[in-house]
Design a protein around this ligand. Sequence first.
Ligand code: HEM
Length: 330
Amino acid sequence: MAVVGLRCQVILFALLIMASVAYGAKLSKSHYYRTCPKLETVVRNKVNEIVNADLGMAPGLLRLHFHDCFVRGCDGSVLLNSSSNSAEMDAPPNAGSLRGFAEVDSIKAEVEKACPGVVSCADILALAARDAVVKVGGKYWSVPLGRKDGFISSLVEANSSLPSPFMTFAQLVENFAAVGLNAKDMVILSGGHTIGQAHCAVVIPRLYNFSGVPGATDPSLDPTFADMLRTLCPSDEPLTFVGQMDATNGTFDNEYFTDVKSQRGLFSSDAALLTSPLGRRIVRESAAYPGSFLREFGKSMVKMGNIDVLTGSAGEIRRVCSAVNNNGNY
Ligand code: HEM
C-alpha cells in the first residue's frame, strides 16, 4: 500500500514538473523576496528621484515597458544597443522618441549595488513603469516578477509589431490580439496617453490636406482643437513637439478619455476608439469613472507585463541593460 502511495506521489510530482515545463514557469510577486528584499524600495526611490528631476521621464518609462513587451515579449530587448544587427531602439517607432534609457541604466546600477546579478532589466522596466505611473497620480498595482532578459533585439521586428498611430480600430484590435491582449485592454491601455508628449509628425496628416484633399482637416477632430494644433504644428515642422497628450498632462488620470470623447484625441488611433460600439462604451465609462479606469489600467498592465516572458532557465540576468552578457557569446 505504502509503495503504491509513494508511486502516486512520484507520478504526481513528475506531472507537475511536466506541466510547468509545458506552460512555462509563472511570474510571481514574491520572486525576489529572498534574493533581493529591498528591490521595490530601491526602484521606487530611484524612479521618484528621476521623475522629480524630469517629469517627462514618467511617460518615458511607461512607454519603454510597453514597447519592450510588444516586441518579443517583456524581455528587456528594447534596451539593447544595436550591435551586429540593428536593434529595436533604432526602429522608426522608437528612434528619436523613446526616452528613459539612461535612467533605466541608473536604476539598474542602484539595484546591482543592493543585489548584484539577481534582478533582470525586464523586471526593472515593469517596476519602473508602475512606479512612474503612481508617482504622477496613478493607482498602485502589484507587479508579478521573475522575467529574464533576452539575447535578441531586432529593428525589423519592432517595425512589424508596434502599433501605428494611423491604425483603425480593427487594426489596433488585431495588433493587440497578436500579443494576447483583447480589445478592452487596448482601449484601457490607450489611456496611457494621459501623460507625455508627441511629435507634430503624428498629427500633421490630420491637420493639413487630410486624405490628400487640399485644405481638408480630419473630420473626426474637434475644429477648435484642430485650430489650436495647427498653431502648435506648422505643416513643415514634424519634429516640433505637441507638449501635451491630454488636457491635464503631467497627471495620470482619466482626462484622456474625456478628451477622446469630445474629439480631442491627438492621434488617429485615439480617435479610432470612438468608431466601434465597444470602444465608445469603454471610453465613456472610463471618462465617467476615474477610479474604475485607474484600477482597470493596473489590471491590463499586469496582462501586458506577462507577454511572452522568459522565465526559469531561459534568458539571462543582464549585468548592464544595454548589452547582453559575455559580449553576445552565449
Ligand atoms: C494603442 C496603440 C498605440 C499607439 C498607436 C501609440 C502611439 C504613440 C505615439 C505615436 C506616440 C508619440 C511618439 C512621439 O511622437 O514622440 C506615443 C506616445 C506615448 N505612448 Fe503610445 N501608443 C499606443 C499605445 C500605448 C500604450 C498601450 C501605452 C502605455 C500603456 C502608451 C504610452 C505612451 C506614452 C506614455 C507616450 C508619451 C511618451 C513620452 O512622452 O515620452 N501608448 N504613443
